[in-house]
Structures are given as structure tokens and as C-alpha cells.
Design a protein around this ligand. Structure first.
Ligand SMILES: *Cc1c(COP(=O)(O)O)cnc(C)c1O
Length: 397
């Protein structure tokens, strides 16, 4: 049935598929927009004879539309939507057995690190964290038991870029599958399957939803057998979002392309602005020619994304004060929505990584650059720098 929802979309461009794939006009009413199907159960014409839906945990029309749409955007044959990014990750990793080994990028999302190191490891899953920008380090970390290599690019919050083609080769040579968390790039900027990834993971809470109003997760993949196993687990575990959640995410996807273009433009301008500030020790943005991953990013991404991190010369206390002093950038965790957010990863999103291989520098500030007027965003950061210099006279270092 998901196949019918793809049928008309195969030849369309990204923006058209974002609006139409999996979303035929409602045949009963002609409604242009996919309805929110709240029914938990679906009538059967005869025992076991139905229109593709029996029970809403197993399958739901609104979820099916989202699954078809986002799978199409990733260029994948199959898509599965979940209640959160972590629910998607957990469901995927339940395909592993005790003794299996995961190689995780040493700059992974903190929640992924926590799931693997604190929830799955006590159940017998082995793991190690490796610098995935170095394919030789990955080759060395591969074991006969390695089943999954888990990569993000660009990473959170250091915006490190991993060369997907290079690590896909090493992963496959070692007999494992490559999972790529594509939350930061989105399918508009990067389609990991076309660079050798086997499974794409999303927190759709971020750019896909795009408005800070719905939590969700997604898996996209080509392999029929693994997709069947994951659909089984999706139903057996039941970590699925509500039809209303699915509707909001589907609605967000319609504007993904135009939002990402503006996120990228604003982020580029802000990275250039930060590069010119004396207070800044380092700007981390893959679009800057001096970024170590710039060449790989230019090969595998359409543009360079909406996330910018930077380090303040004045250190940790100044970074925390700066993050708390902006007005247009709101001090908050999360990312990827229309409004700009600022945070101090060392004390907020990545506080639990202290002392682990994933610890982040204390002078680091992360920006999720929104789609507001660029003059307001740069004005806000300029004011924050001004306040920093007046207040830091005689202040701590
Ligand atoms: C937020 C995030 C997740 C987890 O997703 P939730 O929707 O919060 O469960 C996973 N990976 C990355 C890169 C994220 O930013």
C-alpha cells in the first residue's frame, strides 16, 4: 500500500515530492490535505479482508503518508516513523543481539551515546567511540562482531564532517551496516543513501518538523528484509507517534526546502560575521573554506546547514554569560526550527558527556540559526558582544 502512495511521485523534484509524495487528495471528500486519521481500529469487510489498516499502532493512514513522503525525500524505498528520534534509534538497535558491537562516532548526539552506553551496553551490546573523520581509525576499530557503524554529519555540536563514501567503504568491507543520523543536514542538503549509507535516522523534531511543536523520529532504508524486520519491531515495540504528530511533521516537510535555503543563507552570514570578531577564537561551520571538513561537505551536501558553533577567547564563564544575554536568539536546547536558539553545550545539551569521549569544550556556544531577518540576528549578536566587553571588565577569567 505504501507503494501506491509513492507511485505518482517518482519523477518529481524534491520540492514537489515534499508537498505531494504519499499525499493523494482524500478520495472520500476531496480534501487537499491529508486528513488526521484518529481511528484506532479499521472495519473489515470480511474476516481478514480490509483496506490495508487494522489497528493504528500497526498502521495508520496519516503515518503512512508521512512515511511515504520522507522516504521519498531520502531517496529510500522504505520509511518508518516513530514517536521520537530516540524511539527510532532504539527500535533500530533492537535488531542487535548480545555480543554484537557498535562503532559510534566520538562526536555523537548525547542521547545516542546514552542509549548505547547506559541502556544497551548493560544488556550485552558492545560499543566503542572512534574519530570517524579518520577511515583508518574506523578500520582499526572494526571487530568481527561489529554490526553497526553509527555516524552523524555534520555532528552536534562541533559540526565535524564525516566523508560518507569513505566510511561506507570501510564499514561494508568489515561486514557491518552504516547508519547515518541525518538530522542536521536533512534530506534537502544531503541524502546519505546515495553516498553508501544503509539506514538514515532522523529526529524529525528538528528541521523536518521545523517549528518546535512536535517530537518525532524516522528511519529510511532500501533493504527489503531489514525494512520488514523494522516494521515488525515498530509494531511489536509500539513507539509510534500520534496521528496529530504525524500530520504536523508532514506539514513541516512541505516547506523544508525553502526553510533550509534561508537557514543556510543566515548561517553563512553569521559565520562570516563571527569570523571577523576578535572575541571569537574559532568558528565551526562547514561552509567556511578553512573548516577541516569543507571539501567533504561540498561533495556530499547541497549547502552547509543552519548550525554554527563558536568558541570564545574569554572562556567558559563568558560563554555562559553570552548565551544568556541574547534577545532574538532564545536560550534553549533543541534546534532546527524557524526561531533562532542559542545554548552552551557544556552546561546544557552535553552536560552529561563530561568526562566521556564526547566531552565538549567549555568555551563553546552553539547557534541554531533561524529564518528571521538577518539584520536582527546579527544585531542581537553584536549587542551580546558589546555587553560581554562592558561586563567583563574586571570580571572573572
Ligand atoms: C535531537 C536529536 C536526536 C534525538 O531525537 P529526539 O527527537 O529528541 O528523540 C538524535 N540525533 C540528533 C542529531 C538530534 O539532534
Amino acid at each position: 500500500m505504501a507503494d501506491d502512495l509513492f507511485a505518482d511521485a517518482a519523477s518529481w523534484g524534491f520540492e514537489t515530492r515534499a508537498i505531494r509524495a504519499g499525499q493523494p487528495h482524500d478520495p472520500t471528500s476531496g480534501a487537499v490535505v491529508t486528513p488526521i486519521s484518529l481511528a484506532t481500529t479499521f472495519v473489515q469487510e470480511d474476516v481478514g479482508v480490509h483496506r490495508g489498516y487494522e489497528y493504528s499502532r500497526t498502521g495508520n493512514p496519516t503515518r503512512a503518508a508521512l512515511q511515504a513522503c520522507l522516504a521519498s525525500l531520502e531517496g529510500a524505498a522504505h520509511g518508518l516513523a516513530f514517536a521520537s528520534g530516540m524511539a527510532a534509534e532504539d527500535t533500530l538497535l533492537r535488531t542487535l543481539s548480545p555480543g554484537d558491537h557498535i562503532v559510534l562516532g566520538d562526536d555523537a548526539y548525547g542521547g545516542t551515546y546514552r542509549l548505547i552506553s547506559a541502556v544497551l551496553a548493560p544488556m550485552g551490546i558492545e560499543w566503542s567511540a572512534v574519530d570517524l573523520t579518520d577511515p583508518t581509525a574506523l578500520a582499526t576499530a572494526m571487530r568481527p562482531e561489529t554490526k553497526v557503524v553509527w555516524a552523524e554529519t555534520p555532528t552536534n555540536p562541533l559540526l565535524t564532517v564525516v566523508d560518507l563514501t569513505a566510511i561506507a567503504e570501510v564499514t561494508h568491507a568489515g561486514g557491518a551496516i552504516l547508519v547515518v543520523d541525518n538530522t542536521f543536514a536533512t534530506p534537502y542538503l544531503q541524502q546519505p543513501i546515495s553516498h553508501g549509507a544503509d539506514v538514515v535516522v532522523h529526529s524529525t523534531t528538528k528541521y523536518c518538523g521545523g517549528h518546535s511543536d512536535v517530537v518525532g523520529g524516522f528511519l529510511a532504508l532500501d533493504d527489503d528484509e531489514l525494512a520488514e524486520r523494522l516494521a515488525y519491531l515498530q509494531n511489536a515495540i509500539g513507539a509510534v507517534g500520534s496521528p496529530f504528530d504525524n500530520f504536523l511533521t508532514l506539514r513541516g516537510l512541505k516547506t523544508l526546502a525553502v526553510r533550509m535555503d534561508r537557514h543556510c543563507e543566515n548561517a553563512t552570514d553569521i559565520a562570516d560575521f563571527l569570523e571577523r570578531r576578535d572575541e571569537v577564537a574559532e568558528v565551526l561551520y562547514p561552509g567556511l573554506p578553512n573548516h577541516p571538513g569543507h571539501a567533504a561537505a561540498a561533495r556530499q551536501m547541497k549547502r552547509f546547514g543552519g548550525m554554527v558553533s563558536f568558541r570564545l577567547r574569554a572562556g567558559k564563564a563568558a560563554a555562559m554569560r553570552f548565551a544568556a544575554s541574547t534577545r532574538v536568539f532564545s536560550l534553549a536546547e533543541s534546534l532546527g526550527a524557524v526561531e533562532s536558539l542559542i545554548e552552551h553545550p557544556g552546561a546544557m545539551t552535553h552536560a552529561s558527556a563530561a568526562g566521556s569521549p564526547l566531552e565538549v569544550p567549555a568555551d563553546l556556544i552553539r547557534l541554531s540559526v533561524g529564518i528571521e531577518s538577518i539584520d536582527d540576528l546579527i544585531g542581537d549578536l553584536t549587542d551580546a558582544f558589546d555587553r560581554l566587553s562592558t561586563r567583563s571588565v574586571g570580571a572573572d577569567r
